[in-house]
Ligand binder design. Structure first.
Ligand code: ADP
Ligand code: DP6
Ligand code: CO
Length: 358
């Protein structure tokens, strides 16, 4: 309940003096939510710049529930760039150097940082040689189809930009986050967001824009049924690569189907038209949930929209809090709690809605 989302990006800047060496550590902590696409990005036209074959539209979640928290720090005492993900040291996640690419793009845009009181000055040139330590946590399953790469890479780019005093606007930062993971460009804004595929070969116009902010349609309630926290077998990157290489339908989807859906979805969001929103979101998600469809058919107009990212976990959008409580009851009936699931596991974050379930 409450607002569908709140402005997604928050950051904090701190300065510590490190141990006896009297060397300093400058750090920024930021929090960024995940986003769930209702018209999906599935397929790249350029693998290294991450340019998509169609526009996509998503809803950004409330960071109080599903989010990444990342601390980036810099110090003359660090001798190499290092990264920890969920507490484990990772020599940089993601194949193909995407993580490093984001670092490089941000470093290239760094400006001077000065703290007169502490006598610290980092010049643009210094940023080329200083090393970073990055520690990131997801408060929801990583690589399980709930868009951890979106929250993770958006948070990385945003926190680094704050640390290095990068002056670019969110649109320009979204083009950098995009090069880490496509879906990440949409997590830089709250509310409803569109990733414009762009036309340019260098990706400069492939950016995210906000369609409507988080207050625009705050009646909606998003319910996420985590049926598995296990890492999905196929990553989004390889799943969509295989689709582009083998599917006869994907070109048709990108050229004929999605462009129409994007226009209709933008209109549905603008008018808070739930029947159209539900129809479009469900149509764009390639899995069918019989019980949601049956329910929607049995009512005068749809009550719930569902959508899947690349994994088994269902994201459902109820038209209001009353419907959300009914939805939870139905979920419990069809998927009764067992050793692995209980009612709590259907609701991440704010559990007050459980009171409505009775
Ligand atoms: P998901 O459905 O969770 O987005 P993906 O296959 O798209 O799954 O991406 C998962 C990968 O994203 C992880 O294996 C990891 O490499 C990267 N990732 C996830 N969270 C973070 C994070 N907080 N910081 C950096 N990289 C992350
Ligand atoms: C099904 O952004 O995770 O969630 O760009 O290769 O990192 P890469 O893939 P990713 O793919 C997301 C696919 C999706 C749909 C969407 O978010 O639009
Ligand atoms: Co992803």
């Amino acid at each position: 309940p409450g607002p569908l989302t709140v402005p997604p990006l928050q950051s904090r800047l701190g300065l510590q003096m490190a141990g006896e060496s009297k060397k300093w550590v400058l750090l920024v902590t930021a929090q960024t939510p995940t986003n769930i696409a209702v018209i999906k990005y599935w397929g790249k036209r350029d693998e290294s710049l991450i340019l998509p074959i169609n526009d996509s539209i998503s809803v950004t979640l409330d960071p109080a529930h599903l989010c990444t928290t990342t601390t980036v720090s810099v110090s003359p005492s660090f001798d190499q760039d290092r990264m920890w993900l969920n507490g484990k040291c990772r020599r940089f996640p993601f194949p193909g150097g995407r993580f490093q690419r984001c670092l490089k793009e941000i470093r290239a845009r760094a400006s001077d940082v000065e703290d007169e009181k502490k006598g610290i000055k980092i010049t643009k040139k210094d940023w080329e040689n200083l090393h970073l330590h990055i520690s990131s946590y997801n408060n929801f399953p990583t690589a399980a189809g709930l868009a951890s790469s979106a929250a993770g890479l958006a948070c990385l780019v945003f926190s680094l930009a704050k640390l290095m005093n990068v002056k670019e606007d969110l649109g320009q930062l979204s083009a950098i986050a995009r090069q880490g993971s496509g879906s990440a460009c949409r997590s830089l804004y709250g509310g409803f967001v569109k990733w414009i595929m762009g036309k340019n070969d260098d990706g400069s116009d492939s950016i995210a824009v906000q369609l409507a902010d988080e207050k625009h349609w705050d009646e909606l309630v998003i319910v996420i049924a985590v049926v598995s926290s296990r890492q999905k077998e196929t990553s989004s990157t390889s799943g969509m690569r295989e689709t582009v290489e083998t599917s006869m339908l994907i070109k048709h989807r990108a050229k004929e189907v999605v462009p129409k859906r994007i226009v209709e979805m933008e209109e549905a969001i603008k008018n808070r038209d739930f029947p159209s929103f539900a129809h479009l979101a469900c149509a764009d998600s390639n899995q069918i949930i019989g019980c949601v469809e049956k329910w929607n058919r049995s009512e005068e107009s749809p009550q719930v929209a569902y959508t899947f990212d690349a994994g088994p976990n269902a994201v459902m959008i109820a038209r209001n809090r009353k419907v959300a409580a009914l939805l939870l009851q139905r979920l419990l009936f069809h998927f009764p709690p067992n050793a692995d699931t209980d009612l709590n596991s259907y609701v991440i974050g704010d559990k007050s809605i459980l009171q409505d379930v009775g």
